[in-house]
Ligand binder design. Structure first.
Ligand code: KIV
Length: 267
């Protein structure tokens, strides 16, 4: 990004308007957060993926608001420039009061935006949060908190019906006041269509290159997550040789739209 000052919500909208890709990575502690900040990552996400990569669990479902507060506060201490987003964990936003309390807790810990998984059914929740000063990033496509309903971690919205539903959910969430949208594991042509239709930035993970930015789980792009890496992951550490060089390579590849390639995407 051209500006060197702190990244703000209006700055993200301006990046989309200017066609400048937004760089995002997850972090869960102050030391990594500092390195991401120095590398020029625009948004740092305290993802509930911490359930997998920090806690060693097989899903994000056991993660609590208290876990999110602890890691958000740690990441906050490592950041000067990047915008800090925190996930609201499973079942912490199923009703108005819970959503307000969970968002208040992570915002008090230093988050500047919250992320939640789901479609048009969350419109009222998004409206309430936004009306109370909480910027919201929505998350559609593969929503890991819904893994049991979805039947596993796999590409979503390949058929026309689910694709139309996703596009309509995206419009509803924007209308409700969402500031940003993460699209995970959806065919690249659908992600491109949604990014074109929305005014707000659409950040992809396994959604092709024709969106407004990219996000990866930090431990995946450093090649230290357990198990087989998903198709959309590139191990930037393998070629870089140091954490700093891997982060710099990721930021440059996203900004120059060299990552992801068609090998990391579904058509
Ligand atoms: O929890 C997380 O890390 C996420 C990203 C995969 C987008 O939601």
């Amino acid at each position: 990004m051209k500006t060197s000052g702190p990244v703000t919500v209006p700055a993200l909208a301006a990046m989309k308007a200017a066609g400048e890709p937004i760089t995002m990575l997850t972090a869960y502690d102050a030391s990594f957060a500092r390195r991401l900040d120095t590398a020029g990552v625009d948004c740092v996400l305290v993802g509930d993926s911490l359930g997998n990569v920090i806690q060693g669990r097989d899903s994000t479902l056991p993660v609590t608001v208290e876990d999110m507060v602890y890691h958000t506060a740690a990441v906050r201490r490592g950041l000067e420039r990047a915008l800090l987003i925190a996930d609201l964990p499973f079942m912490s936003y199923h009703d108005r009061a819970s959503a307000m309390n969970a968002a208040a807790a992570v915002m008090r810990a230093g988050a500047q935006m919250v992320k939640l998984e789901g479609g048009a059914n969350l419109s009222e929740t998004v409206e309430n949060l936004v009306a109370n000063g909480v910027p919201v990033c929505a998350h559609l496509g593969l929503t890991p908190q819904h893994v049991h309903r979805l039947g596993g971690y796999r590409v979503q919205a390949r058929d026309d019906g689910p694709a139309r539903r996703l596009a309509s959910d995206a419009r509803a969430l924007e209308k409700a006041g969402a500031t940003m949208l993460v699209l995970e594991c959806v065919p690249a042509p659908l992600a491109r269509e949604v990014a074109k239709a929305l005014v707000i930035p659409v950040v992809g993970i396994g959604a092709g290159v024709e969106v407004d930015g990219q996000v990866l789980v930090l431990y995946d792009m450093l090649g230290i997550s357990s198990g087989r890496a998903p198709k959309f992951v590139h191990d930037f550490m393998a070629e870089a040789g140091s954490i700093e060089a891997a982060l710099a390579a990721y930021v440059a590849a996203v900004r120059e739209r060299r990552f992801p390639t068609t090998d990391h995407s579904w058509q």
